[in-house]
Design a binder for this molecule. Structure first.
Ligand code: IVH
Length: 663
């Protein structure tokens, strides 16, 4: 249960805060359902801060927190008509009613939900959902949305003194595609889907992108506070919202019973692709407000509403070619080039086939008709080949024996699924490595973008990573579309990037499996690069937090004379870092592992961590048999329970301070 909670919290963060989900909604729902099922079986083991108890993630720094006076709830899901019928039955059982329940069906808009508060008819604050209890103040950005009334229209009847309206901010598909074209041109990563684009736009702090906010739309679907007297149904609320001047989805319907609801859902699904905005299902709400009241709400979702989800969108198209892309580590990825097809309103023309095994398993060939699907994100998958449509004389696809870029013979090691180009100087690898070196977690070179990297490598100005530090403003000026000013700026940002930290330098080298966290561990352990380069595999493995795969990768990297020469050259070209303050090698906390949980009375989490580390200890995030101490404060959560079950020593703040003073 703790593992599930941790995974869900992480995915919430990726989805809500970073706008960078790693799994699709169906996978997320599956994890959530699994945890819910376990909590129903073992209610005592439910952590107070379990992700089932909240919605989304807490607000990130940067925007002022706004508490919602009544929580912004989430919705339970149904995946099939039978689950809808079960929902309907559950409701009738609870109401003790034989009568059919009337539902309002509304498209489930795939965007970001927000709450708008109007006082005396004027918009005063608009906030994101956040964790359902507290959101973020994004009023300034919301004001840019033209379809959002800044002042309520009254149409005769007066409006409530304080009214809160809830709804979804969406980015229409056409605007979404335009935005992504723009982003790619500006060398920014495209958004995965319109939902992330909407959420990302709402939470942006920078002035430069303000214009894109105008393309967002607000669609109202509920009143949080200030329900005008006399309204008795959800359908009447929607009409009232229209009277106030809000855009309410026209495509809604009052359904006389659950079968009518299912029919509406199906008709909506058929029309789904033609709609201007992305929807991922139908929301059904019990129409009568008195019945809603009687049914009540659970901690996370109301009992009177459900989201009936659509299955992932599928289409067929033709594979016009299969290309092998070469990644940063030399991995060859087969990519199907598809006849462009719209899936869920987004045009798709590429689909990754991952690796040779995957190609073999699905037996995808050039000329094949394939079923592709989009599950939430733009990145599509090939589901299967329509074998009956296979043309004559096709051939099974094999990744090329020679790297498509540098022509070196490709290799696939025993037991690995990946086929690689082994040539470290391969231009494809070089470009990717350069992109990586310039990225924010590495040397953070401002202005060294995609197009420039292409030109630098293609023109032969950069033949290995270090070459980029051997170029001056004059050399950059030779490139296309490079003025004297941008050339000078780039030279200046390279100059700035020369001064870095050991950990960032390590990340910049692009060693497999060495990202920021690992680089930090290594840097603190070894203090400087010299000892790390000389360390044996066993010595590296002995660093806590480092396993055999990383140790192998590191020794292999530094075992290659070309890489050692590259490191040397980078230093000669002026790259320098302050040696990492080494972790104390003696003292009672060396070799001890700590886990922090809950809120300590005096120390912040960062302070506690810094003190433990400066005494030689290590702080990790999950409790295991190897943990030496769990430091527990107020509202500790499941980690404390786990510590107790594993008989790990538990300290309070006072005990920690005592231990530290001994240290
Ligand atoms: S009603 C108490 N209506 O779906 C019910 N939500 O999974 C609260 N959503 O947070 C939501 N379209 O972001 C409602 N017509 C609609 C919706 C809708 C999209 C979103 C909303 C909500 C999420 C729940």
């Amino acid at each position: 249960m703790a593992d599930l909670a941790e995974a869900l919290n992480r995915h919430n963060r990726l989805y809500y805060l970073d706008d960078r989900p790693e799994i699709d909604d169906a996978e997320y729902d599956e994890l959530l359902r699994e945890l819910q099922a376990l909590e129903t079986r073992y209610p005592k083991l439910r952590a107070d801060d379990s992700p089932t108890q909240r919605v989304g993630a807490p607000p990130a720094g940067g925007f002022t927190p706004v508490p919602h006076r009544t929580p912004m709830l989430s919705l339970d899901n149904a995946q099939s008509a039978d689950e809808m019928r079960a929902f309907d039955e559950r409701i009738r059982r609870m109401l003790g009613s034989e009568d059919a329940i009337e539902f309002v069906g509304e498209p489930k808009l795939d965007g970001a939900s927000v709450e708008l508060v109007y006082e005396a008819g004027v918009l005063v604050v608009g906030s994101t959902r956040g964790d359902g209890q507290v959101g973020e103040d994004v009023t300034a950005n919301l004001r840019q949305i033209w379809s959002l009334p800044l002042q309520l229209a009254s149409a005769g009847a007066p409006y409530p003194e304080r009214l809160s309206v809830r709804g979804e901010v969406v980015l229409p598909l056409a605007a979404f595609e335009r935005l992504n074209v723009l982003r790619v041109e500006r060398e920014l990563e495209p958004f995965a889907n319109p939902r992330n684009a909407a959420a990302g736009s709402l939470r942006q702090l920078h002035e430069i992108d303000k214009r894109r906010l105008g393309a967002l739309e607000f669609r109202a679907y509920a009143i949080g506070e200030g329900l005008p007297a006399g309204l008795k149904r959800q359908s009447e609320i929607l009409e009232q919202l229209e009277t106030y001047g809000f855009v309410v989805t026209a495509d809604r319907r009052v359904c006389a019973d659950v079968e009518a609801a299912i029919a509406y859902h199906e008709s909506l699904q058929e029309r789904r692709d033609g709609l201007p905005v992305e929807i991922d299902g139908t929301v059904f709400k019990v129409d009568r407000l008195d019945l809603q009241q009687e049914l009540g709400v659970l901690s996370r979702s109301p009992r009177w509403a459900i989201a009936f989800k659509f299955p992932p969108q599928q289409r067929t198209t033709v594979v016009e070619g299969i290309e092998a892309n070469v990644g940063r580590t030399g991995a060859l990825t087969p990519v199907a080039k598809l006849a462009p097809v719209r899936v869920g309103g987004v045009t798709v023309s590429n689909a990754s086939l991952h690796n040779q095994d995957e190609v073999d398993r699905k037996d995808v060939r050039v000329g094949d008709t394939v079923v592709i699907q989009r599950a939430g994100d733009v990145i599509p998958q090939v589901v299967e080949v329509v074998k009956s449509k296979r043309p004559k004389k096709t051939r099974a696809y094999r990744l090329p024996a020679k790297c498509p870029v540098c022509k070196a013979a490709t290799v696939r090691l025993e037991g690995e699924v990946v086929t690689r180009c082994p040539n470290l100087d391969c231009p494809a690898q070089l470009k990717n490595n350069l992109r990586h070196l310039a990225s924010r977690g590495a040397l953070d070179v401002d202005g060294l973008g995609e197009k420039l990297i292409e030109q630098l490598v293609d023109s032969g100005k950069v033949k290995r990573l270090s070459d980029v530090f051997n170029l001056d403003a004059a050399a950059f000026e030779d490139l296309d579309r490079m003025g004297a000013k941008s050339a000078a700026n780039l030279a200046a940002s390279l100059e700035r990037s020369r001064k870095t930290t050991l950990a960032r330098f390590l990340v910049a080298l692009g060693i497999r499996h060495v990202g920021a966290t690992v680089a930090d561990l290594l840097a603190t352990h070894f203090g400087d690069l010299g000892p790390m380069m000389e360390a044996s595999k066993e010595e590296i493995e002995a660093v806590s937090g480092i396993g055999p795969t990383i140790a192998e990768s590191l020794t292999r990297f530094f075992g290659d004379p070309r890489n050692r020469a590259e490191v040397e050259r980078l230093r000669e070209l002026g790259l320098e870092w302050t040696p990492q303050p080494a972790r104390p090698a003696a003292g009672p906390l060396v070799g001890k592992t700590f886990v922090l949980t809950g809120t300590l009375p005096n120390l912040s989490r960062d302070e506690a961590k810094a003190q433990i580390e400066s005494a030689g200890g290590r702080v990790t995030s999950s409790v295991s048999k190897k943990t030496d101490y769990v430091v527990a404060g107020e509202s500790p959560g499941s980690k404390l329970a786990k510590a107790e079950s594993l008989e790990v020593s538990v300290l309070d703040e006072a005990a920690l301070v005592a231990l530290l003073s001994e240290a």
